[in-house]
Design a protein around this ligand. Sequence first.
Ligand code: SF4
Length: 351
Amino acid sequence: MVAPEISTVRNNWQREEVLALFNQPFNDLMFDAQVMHRRHFNPNQVQLSTLLSIKTGACPEDCKYCPQSARYDTGLEKEKLLQIEQVIEAAKIAKASGSSRFCMGAAWRSPHDRDIPAVAEMIREVKALGMETCMTLGMLSEGQADNLARAGLDYYNHNLDTSKEFYGEVITTRTYQDRLNTLANVRNSGMKVCAGGIVGMGEEQRDRAGLLMELANLPVHPESVPINMLVKVAGTPMADQADLDPFEFVRTIAVARLMMPKSYVRLSAGREDMNEQMQAMAFMAGANSIFYCDKLLTTPNPKANSDMQLFERLGIAPEEYQVDKGNEEQAAELHQTIAEAKTDAMFYRAG
Ligand code: SF4
């Protein structure tokens, strides 16, 4: 099949069309993705998010990639829900290091209603610092989504992980439909949706196409689309998974950019294992957001200062703060950070 002409935002993708995009010659795909990217974004800006684990481990779910599942022995140290002061402190460091969005993740199947007041307080306090907020807490009911939206949460992350067909190979304790229901509750509450998936879990290209098709065929595209490369953690069932061809990963980013042209495509977990050339290629393919901290929930992430050094070499600037535009003090601080590529002050332990 010839790759389809892409000119508008669509929500009616067929899998064969998506596969045709995947299988274009690499240079054609990269060119198209870059052209699309430039239509909607500044190609030399990348949005920075920082992720803090606010409750770690002991999750009852069986996601086969996840070191936080209570079912696998990964040596992970469990942590109860953090105190509000710890969260504020981490958010301040993240802001000073250049992040515009602060994401908070809890290893829950879904939050209990009794947890909501505490997380709502975290949302209010982080927002008061002038940052965008995002949370990932598992499945949400309609009422819970509404409560988080009322507290001012900007984004809710809930990934589809993979295609409908491959999903059962990855998780058995919740269904694909459960995930879609949570995404619908988030969207209906008025919050922005962050939803993506993981590649390199042993799925086929059809599944990667299927994941992107599900995301792009949602009634409204997720504003943020994290594409994760599997991080193989010892003790999880996916510890010995074969590597995915790096070019296939870059193709996945490029196809996501073409299918969801106005969404932020985030280079997420697995970046630690990508060399600079591969990351640069992912930015060319249309990735324009990264997690920026030295730990992603529980797995390592490139050190913040090496990210800044790479940005310097590529002429990329962190996207301006969404909520604090015009704050000269912050801009000067960030400029200083990039110029000096400081180390200690920027290291930030998320877990
Ligand atoms: S991915 Fe989330 S839901 Fe699945 S085991 Fe890990 S923490 Fe639990």
